[in-house]
Design a protein around this ligand. Structure first.
Ligand SMILES: [Zn+2]
Length: 338
C-alpha cells in the first residue's frame, strides 16, 4: 500500500509501505476513506525528529476490511471512526472516561494512518461504527471527529463550559475552532476567540463565536479583562501548547475559573504565576473515544458540520504539499483523499 513517511524535517514522501495484517486477534484492518494532517504532525516536520523514518498520521475513518478472531462488535463492511489512541474501553481508566490513558492504550501515530490501509488495535474498544455507510459528503465531518473535533470538545468539557458562562478560546487552529463549536453546542453565553487571521475569525464566528480579540499575550489577557468587568473568563480553552499561549489562557481566566488545555505543552510554565492565578487546570491528550458516539450523532443529524475546517483537499500522493501548506499557514487543515 501507499503511505506517508517522514524521512527528515520537511521531507515527507508517499511511498510503498507493507500492507497491514491482523497481528492480534483484537485487531481490525480498515481501508481509509480519508485521512488528514494534524497540527501536531508539524512538530516532527519542523524538527522534533529522532532520525528514524516514521510513518505519519493518526486521524482516520474508513471501511472495515477484516477483523481478528476476538473482535465481536465490529465487522467487515462497517464505516468506522476511531481516535488517535487505541483503547480497550473496558479498563477502570476507560470507564472513568479517560480512554486516551487506557492501561492498554496504543498510539495510532506509530501505525501511521496517512495511508491506504491501517491496522487498528483493540478494535472493539477503539472503533465506533456509524449506523450505515454515510453519504460521502459527511466523510470530512466524521474524519474531524477522529481528533480535532473530539479534542476541541474535550477542551470545552475540561474547561467546564456551560450555559451562562463566558468562554475564551486561545488558538485559532482546527482544535481551537472546534473548541468554539463545542462551547456553542454546550450552551455557552459568550465565546471570545483570540485570532488575528481573517479566514479563521470567519469560521470561528460561523461556529458560534460572539467576539474576536486580536491582541496577544499580556495585551490579549488585558483585553479579555476589559470585556469581562475586569474579572476574566469563566472558562478558557487553550489549544496551542506554547508557554505564551498557556500564560495568555491563565491571564484571561478569572480566579476560580477553569482552563481546558489540549495543545501539547511545550516549554516550562512559571509555577508562581500558576499558583497565584487560582485557576483550575485540566487537560492532556483528549479522550476522544468518550465523545465519539455523541459527536457521530450530532454529525449524522446535521447539528454540526465540523468538516468545514478542511480548507485544502489533496490526494494522499500530494501529502508533502499538504504539510507545506499547513506549515506556512496557507491551510487550516488538509484532508487527504485515499
Ligand atoms: Zn482501557
Amino acid at each position: 500500500m501507499r503511505g506517508a513517511v517522514l524521512h527528515a524535517p520537511g521531507d515527507i514522501r508517499v511511498e510503498e509501505r507493507p500492507d497491514p495484517i491482523i497481528e492480534h486477534p483484537t485487531d481490525a484492518i480498515i481501508r481509509l476513506s480519508a485521512t488528514c494532517i494534524c497540527g501536531s504532525d508539524l512538530w516532527p516536520y519542523r524538527g522534533e525528529f529522532d532520525g528514524q523514518p516514521a510513518p505519519m498520521g493518526h486521524e482516520y475513518c474508513g471501511i472495515v476490511e477484516a477483523v481478528g478472531a476476538d473482535v465481536t462488535s465490529i465487522r467487515a463492511g462497517q464505516f468506522v471512526i476511531g481516535s488517535f489512541f487505541a483503547s480497550d474501553n473496558t479498563c477502570e481508566i476507560c470507564r472513568s472516561g479517560y480512554q486516551s490513558s487506557c492501561v492498554h492504550r496504543e498510539p495510532l501515530g506509530a501505525i501511521g494512518t496517512q495511508a491506504e490501509y491501517a491496522r487498528i488495535p483493540l478494535a472493539d474498544g477503539t472503533l465506533v461504527a456509524t449506523p450505515e455507510v454515510p453519504d460521502p459528503s459527511l466523510i470530512p465531518s466524521f474524519l474531524a471527529a477522529s481528533d480535532v473535533l473530539g479534542t476541541g470538545w474535550f477542551g470545552a468539557v475540561a474547561a467546564e463550559v456551560g450555559p451562562g458562562k463566558t468562554i475564551v478560546v486561545v488558538g485559532d487552529g482546527a482544535v481551537g475552532l472546534h473548541g468554539v463549536l463545542a462551547a456553542s453546542q454546550l450552551g455557552a453565553e459568550r465565546i471570545i476567540v483570540m485570532s488575528r487571521h481573517e479566514t479563521r475569525q470567519k469560521l470561528a464566528l460561523d461556529y458560534g463565536a460572539t467576539d474576536v480579540v486580536e491582541e496577544r499575550a499580556d495585551e490579549g489577557a488585558a483585553r479579555i479583562k476589559d470585556l469581562t468587568n475586569g474579572l476574566g473568563a469563566h472558562s478558557t480553552i487553550e489549544a496551542v501548547g506554547t508557554r505564551e499561549s498557556m500564560m495568555q489562557a491563565v491571564g484571561a481566566t478569572r480566579p476560580g475559573g477553569h482552563i481546558g488545555y489540549v495543545g501539547v505543552t511545550h516549554g516550562e510554565l512559571p509555577g508562581q504565576d500558576l499558583f497565584f492565578s487560582h485557576t483550575h487546570l485540566h487537560g492532556g491528550p483528549a479522550p476522544v473515544r468518550r465523545f465519539l458516539p455523541d459527536l457521530i450523532e450530532r454529525i449524522s443529524t446535521g447539528a454540526i458540520d465540523p468538516g468545514k475546517v478542511f480548507d485544502l483537499t489533496l490526494p494522499l500522493a500530494d501529502a508533502a504539499e499538504g504539510y507545506r501548506a499547513m506549515d506556512e499557514r496557507r491551510a487550516i487543515k488538509t484532508l487527504l483523499t485515499v
